[in-house]
Design a protein around this ligand. Structure first.
Ligand SMILES: NC(=O)c1ccc[n+]([C@@H]2O[C@H](COP(=O)([O-])OP(=O)(O)OC[C@H]3O[C@@H](n4cnc5c(N)ncnc54)[C@H](O)[C@@H]3O)[C@@H](O)[C@H]2O)c1
Ligand SMILES: [Zn+2]
Length: 556
């Protein structure tokens, strides 16, 4: 959003109430209102579905782009856009440059109920019919679900999201106006921070904010934007109390939020039931209530531990994450998996519990030990090869700047990684459709190597790097992964100082650990292979012999 803009642009699926809400927001702020679908229909002299039928989607998109550009160039205006506008690259760019882009979210059931209500909400009716008519024999609710899922990645790019389920038009309009008053007017929104993505879950949606030097300046205000109005309980890794824990504390104090602090000893050993119990007791002594909030500051250990405590204490309190490692920023802070370890194994006791906010300050990476930064890049490189080809280009072209943690570029790349994971998690929250499993690319051999070498010898990301090389080679043997792609991946991993083979570990022990991997199903191990750059899929039926051969090749 450009500073000084006085424009709010609404996006969201049909039936999310953009038109009705937009009109109401305009009245609240004393602004104009425009609906781009109405502009397009007026210009073309026919209804939207007629334009689609007569002239095709492309013609409609061109008219829509013009309408968005024109409406959003005015000052003091609320613009409601069509459900697919933000998914068009050129249109999206215009929207994000022109004003504050707010997405109205609703669950498919809510949308269906609104679209089929006897007296549809103002403005909804025009969109109802084409949507419900074009069901192609599919159950309309399923149709809404699948269409919405296809578009969710684009809605996640909005700068603010208002969950509208159970709210009236009036209430939603007040939420939008409140968002505008809080930060729409300030230029702080863009430049030093951005909402990288929004994760939408069964329980609601939450933003991931990425920026440089933003903990003190933004943590409290971002929390207040989520509707938080209780006390804050900071759970901080001892290595990062100075300076990040203190920055978080100052931010909360300055906003007048009552804040308490618990510092736990850094390290994986703290991801235990013993530490969780100590935190429960601390919370109980302070009579923590549902409206209060835990804020974790640290890497994946802080997030997993704090998230687990938040999931279980009084059957669930809210929590926010301030990740300070690259791994936590691109991976562990997103997706709602929380856990502690048992002597019998890692992450054995856990729960799905999403944070209400993630604030990633990439300036924290400057104090992170080099080796820990590099292992974080392994997960980021994984996102590229498995899911986002454009990221691989950026890594290749900007490796030096990324390795030097150049602020703006690093923030941008971390944001894009967060968006990749957010998109997957939004589409497959509980790992049921197989999509979320693609994030396990490189992890089958990776976990095997970690186990066989003894935890600690290889950092997790290092083992994953070796696992990616192994998976690419197995994919090659299966005729799925092009040899050139495997070569490209290996070169990039090396460029980021990551291992591409292992040493002094017994291959048979790795093989043993791989076959016992928890991701195996029906006795067969599931493998994620690359089909092309940025595209991956799941395969079974890889033989022991093939794995043995590849483990032999990886031994250096
Ligand atoms: N929940 C998930 O989806 C998920 C995903 C991946 C990993 N994980 C979990 O995350 C954990 C690993 O996370 P991690 O790699 O962030 O480890 P970590 O939290 O242990 O952090 C690594 C080390 O860096 C230190 N540190 C953190 N931030 C720092 C900073 N800015 N400057 C200096 N030092 C800093 C920590 O004190 C620690 O010593 C594992 O327990 C793993 O199981 C969870
Ligand atoms: Zn991992």
């Amino acid at each position: 959003m450009s500073s000084g803009a006085t424009c709010i642009i609404l996006t969201g699926f049909s039936g999310s109430g953009k038109t009705a809400v937009g009109r109401r927001v305009a009245r609240l702020l004393g602004w104009e209102f425009a609906d781009t679908d109405e502009i397009v229909a007026r210009r073309a002299g026919k209804e939207i579905d007629r334009i689609f039928a007569d002239d095709g989607e492309q013609a409609f998109r061109a008219l829509e782009l013009e309408a968005v550009r024109e409406a959003s160039s005015r000052k003091g205006i609320v613009v409601s856009t069509g459900g697919g506008a933000i998914a068009q690259e050129a249109t999206r760019r215009v929207m994000l440059d022109a004003g504050l882009v707010v997405c109205l979210e609703a669950r498919p059931e809510t949308i269906y109920a609104r679209l089929t209500a006897p007296a549809p909400a103002d403005g909804a009716e025009a969109m109802v019919r084409p949507l419900l008519r074009a069901t192609h024999g599919q159950d309309p609710l399923r149709r809404i679900e699948s269409l919405k899922r296809e578009r969710q990645w684009a809605y996640a790019l909005a700068e603010w999201t208002v969950p509208t389920d159970g709210l009236s038009v009036e209430q939603v309009a007040h939420e939008v106006a409140r968002a505008w008053r809080r930060f729409g007017m300030s230029s702080q929104w863009r430049g030093d921070s951005q909402v990288a993505a929004t994760v939408t879950t069964d329980a609601g949606a939450y933003p991931i904010v990425v920026g440089f030097d933003i903990i003190e300046a933004q943590l409290a205000s971002r929390l207040l934007q989520t509707g938080f109005a209780g006390r804050a309980y900071l759970l901080v890794d001892s290595n990062v109390l100075h300076p990040y824990g203190r920055s978080a504390q100052r931010s909360l104090h300055a906003a007048g939020i009552e804040t308490h602090l618990f510092v736990f000893p850094a390290g994986e050993e703290s991801k235990s039931l013993a530490t969780a119990t100590a935190v429960y007791e601390w919370l109980a002594e302070r009579r923590v209530e549902r409206r209060d909030l835990i804020v974790t500051v640290g890497g994946g250990v802080a997030g997993d531990l704090g998230g687990f405590v938040a999931a279980t204490y009084v059957r669930g309190v809210r929590y926010a994450q301030v990740p300070t490692t690259l791994t936590a920023m691109v991976d562990s802070s997103i997706g709602g998996k929380t856990a502690v370890d048992l002597p019998a194994g890692k992450n054995l006791v856990g729960a799905f519990h999403h944070p209400t906010l993630v604030v990633s300050d990439v300036s924290a990476l400057r104090t992170l030990p080099r080796r820990v930064v590099l292992e974080g890049w392994a997960e980021a490189i994984k996102h590229g090869f498995a899911l986002d080809a454009g990221l691989v280009d950026v890594y290749e072209q900007q490796a030096d700047a990324l390795l030097a943690l150049e602020p703006e570029l690093t923030a941008e790349v971390v944001a894009r990684n967060a968006a990749v994971k957010a998109r997957i998690v939004t589409q497959d929250e509980r790992e049921t459709s197989g999509l979320r499993s693609l994030l396990n690319y490189g992890h089958t051999i990776g976990h095997g190597l970690e186990t066989a070498a003894g935890y600690g010898r290889y950092l997790h990301g290092e083992a994953v790097a070796v696992g990616m090389v192994g998976a690419a080679r197995l994919g090659e043997l299966a005729g799925v992964t092009p040899a050139e792609l495997a070569r490209r991946q290996r070169a990039l991993l090396e460029r980021f100082g990551l291992p591409t083979g292992y040493r002094d570990v017994d291959a048979e022990r790795i093989l043993d650990a791989v076959t016992r991997d928890k991701k195996s199903s029906g006795g067969q191990v599931s493998w994620v292979f690359l089909d092309a750059v940025g595209r991956s899929s799941i395969h079974r039926g890889v033989t022991q012999e093939q794995v043995r051969q590849v483990l032999g090749e990886l031994a250096g």
